[in-house]
Structure formats: structure tokens, C-alpha cells
Ligand binder design. Structure first.
Ligand SMILES: [Zn+2]
Length: 247
């Protein structure tokens, strides 16, 4: 998607603050806006759209909030438009209207991230969740005292996702208790947990998956991170414990 945009960025279909293009741009923008509003915002489209993402339970931008459409609870009615999560355009439709209809540019998202992101131009600043790799964003746990750690979220390659979605503050302010409770439990039985770790890394990936889920109640493999909130942070916490706490 990024390389496709590189070739289109000087087109009149893109609004990049070039006043000569503004007239052309407005014309195209209106056409795409109407198409999006009339066709792709309909209830039937939304249902088909969210059916593509049945395995995505956590917001792909923050990995903090559940985003399941509420129509899974059938008794609550069929107003999919009202009860589904937000559909977020990674490249904003106000700047790249021709991408307002592209499935590669659309993602389900929590309302919080959709609102924070708004019309921010992500071209050359942020990485789409479709392109994100395991270690593009990582979590560090800095010692505050024997019992507590400070969560810090860091990114590789200068991508601005953390700043845009305010992830560092949000994780630290909201999820510190979750992290510190895991530390407390782990430190209660260091000998037993060292044995667990030693055994863990001698096992097959499938068995690791099961064993990890039992202890951390989350998913171990990157392919599953969108199935449950806080999965990426929990995995980084697991490796932090292995490398720093139970050496
Ligand atoms: Zn979110």
C-alpha cells in the first residue's frame, strides 16, 4: 500500500496542501465521499466487512480494547450500523479519497483510536497494522522498586504509531496493575518458575502455545496477537521475566 501511494502522491486525487490541485481534488473527494457514504457505510456492507475479521477481537492499533460487533449477540437486534465497531481508514479519506474504498486501507478499530487518529496523515509517519511486524513496537519494564515496574512502549524505525495513539501513557496509566500483578505472582515462586522456563524452551511451538496460555491467559504467537487485548505486551513481559527477573 505504501509503495502504491508513493506512485500516486502527486496525483490530483491526493490533497497534499498544493493549492493548484485543490479544485480537482474537491471534485474527486465529493465523488468518493458519496460512494463511501451510500454504498460502503450500509449495514450489509458492514456485516460483510466485519465477517472478514472474525479472528480480530482486539483493536489492531492499540491492542487494548475489544472490537467485536455486538450483532454476535443476536437477541440485541440487527442494527449493524449502530452496534459495530468503527471502520478506520489508515490513510485518511480526507487526504486520500480514492483509498476510502480500498479494503487494504480499511480496518476495524476501537472508537478511542479512531477518534485520536482522526485525519492525521499517516503517509511516511506511521505503519499500518497490516504491515506491522512483531518487534516494530516493543514493551520495556523499568524497575520502580522490588515489586513494581514502569511500562514503556518503544518503536523501531522512527514510526510514530506510539505518539499518535498515545500508547506509552495509556499503557502505563491503565495497565500497570495488570503487569505488576504478574510480577507479584511470578516472584512468589521463583524456583518453580525457573523450572517452567527451562522446560518451556525445550518444547515444540504448539506445546509452548498451550503452556503459555495456561500461565499468562493470552496468545504466544504473533499471528494470534489480534485475538486478545494486551497480547503483545504480555509476550514482551514474558521475555523480560525470562531475561531479567528469573535469570
Ligand atoms: Zn484501539
Amino acid at each position: 500500500m505504501k509503495s502504491f501511494l508513493d506512485s500516486k502522491i502527486t496525483s490530483p486525487l491526493v490533497h497534499r496542501l498544493d493549492s493548484e490541485k485543490t479544485l480537482n481534488f474537491k471534485k474527486y473527494q465529493k465523488k468518493f465521499e458519496d460512494l463511501y457514504k451510500n454504498e460502503l457505510s450500509s449495514s450489509s456492507f458492514k456485516k460483510s466487512f466485519f465477517n472478514i475479521f472474525t479472528d480480530v477481537n482486539a483493536c489492531p492499533y492499540c491492542n487494548r480494547n475489544f472490537i467485536n460487533p455486538i450483532y454476535k449477540a443476536k437477541q440485541l437486534g440487527k442494527d449493524y450500523k449502530k452496534w459495530s465497531p468503527d471502520i478506520e481508514h489508515f490513510y485518511p479519506k480526507s487526504i486520500y479519497p480514492f483509498l476510502s474504498l480500498s479494503i487494504s486501507n480499511l480496518l476495524p478499530s476501537c472508537t478511542f483510536c479512531n477518534k485520536i487518529k482522526s485525519n492525521y496523515d499517516t503517509y511516511e509517519t506511521c505503519k499500518s497494522p497490516y504491515e506491522m511486524k512483531d518487534n516494530d513496537i516493543s514493551f520495556k519494564f523499568l524497575p520502580l522498586d522490588n515489586q513494581k515496574r514502569l511500562i514503556s512502549v518503544e518503536s523501531k524505525n522512527n514510526i510514530k504509531n506510539i505518539e499518535l495513539f498515545n500508547l506509552d501513557d495509556l499503557y502505563h496509566d491503565v495497565h500497570s496493575n495488570y503487569v505488576n500483578n504478574i510480577f507479584l505472582n511470578i516472584n512468589k515462586n521463583p524456583i518453580e518458575n525457573r523450572k517452567y522456563l527451562k522446560k518451556f524452551f525445550s518444547l515444540s511451538l504448539d506445546t509452548q502455545d498451550k503452556l503459555y496460555k495456561k500461565k499468562f491467559c493470552n496468545y504466544y504467537q504473533e499471528r494470534d496477537f489480534n485475538k486478545q487485548p494486551l497480547s503483545k505486551m504480555t509476550k514482551d513481559l514474558f521475555f523480560h521475566i525470562k531475561e531479567n527477573e528469573l535469570k
